[in-house]
Design a protein around this ligand. Structure first.
Ligand code: NAP
Length: 259
């Protein structure tokens, strides 16, 4: 299927690795030019070069912290009028509800709620004026079913979900579609770090921690960044113009719900 977005420009934040990289790669595969971003320059440049080699697209790499105003300024300076925005940032640390301080909440809200909102506020007016745009926010399955140790994520992402529910319906008539992609367990550095935390906390091996987690997934495995990227690219395509304000779960069936 031709997604009809060849030659467009996308900003994909937090994208040197993992799910962000999966989205950037899938868009590049559709002929979309990219601004990619991460804090560490070396892996970011490596990803940028790999994408340039694999696909004949332009890739601009911006080493910056997307959770800061300065970082977002640098990212948007590389492409002020993107057709597509994919928002992503690192997830908050695991912990216990009894331990989180106000500062912990502010950090999580900054990274996983206020950062994607600020990016949307910056690019939506241009998209609406041009009559076409796609925004995909990478959130989490924790939006549908809370994850006890990730209360900071549960809270911040719920706020972003509310913003998208209201805003997506205010911009849709201008040809701009905003949706959220909710990952369950995917094979990335993030899930490896979470497994390591469980292994330490429960005194079990890393392999046991992973096996216990995967036993809960009906698909019997973790998702792959390329599968995640393929859904992201579809949501950014010409065919997704009637999908508005949806929260699409990619979790191998992990959230046990009828709807
Ligand atoms: P990952 O493999 O750890 O990759 C994170 C990427 O984001 C890296 O490229 C990292 O590069 C970049 N990054 C992190 N913080 C950044 C910042 N402040 N500014 C710019 N770039 C930043 O993580 P992932 O598994 O792809 O997860 C992506 C998001 O999905 C996270 O919010 C995570 O909580 C959420 N999620 C993941 C899963 C899963 O199973 N993987 C499940 C549910 C939700 P640098 O470190 O160099 O900045």
């Amino acid at each position: 299927m031709d997604l009809g977005i060849s030659g467009k420009w996308a900003v994909v934040t937090a994208s040197s690795k993992g799910l962000g990289r999966g989205c950037a790669r899938a868009l590049a595969g559709e002929g979309v030019n990219l601004v990619i971003n991460a804090r560490s320059r070396a892996p970011l440049e490596e990803t940028a070069e790999a994408l340039r080699q694999e696909y004949a697209v332009e890739v601009r790499a911006v080493a910056a912290d997307v959770t800061t105003e300065n970082g977002r300024g640098q990212i948007l300076a590389a492409c002020a009028s993107p057709d597509i925005l994919v928002t992503n940032a690192g997830g908050p640390p695991p912990g216990m509800w009894t331990d989180w301080t106000r500062d912990d909440f502010i950090k999580a809200l900054d990274a996983n709620m206020l950062t994607p909102i600020a990016l949307m506020q910056a690019v939506l007016p241009g998209m609406m004026a041009r009559g076409w745009g796609r925004v995909v926010n990478i959130t989490s399955q924790s939006v549908k079913a809370p994850i006890a140790v990730l209360g900071l994520s549960n809270s911040a992402r719920a706020g972003l979900t509310g913003f998208v529910a209201g805003t997506s319906r205010q911009v849709a008539a201008k040809g701009v579609n905003i949706n959220n992609l909710l990952p369950g367990s995917h094979d990335t550095d993030r899930i490896a770090a979470l497994d390591e935390n469980v292994s330490k906390r429960r005194g079990i091996s890393l392999a046991e921690a992973r096996a216990l987690r995967q036993a809960e997934i009906p698909a019997g495995r973790d998702g792959r960044p390329d599968e995640f990227g393929a859904m992201c690219a579809f949501l950014c395509s010409q065919h997704a113009g009637f999908i508005v304000g949806q929260n699409i779960l990619l979790d191998g069936g992990n959230v046990n719900a009828t709807l």
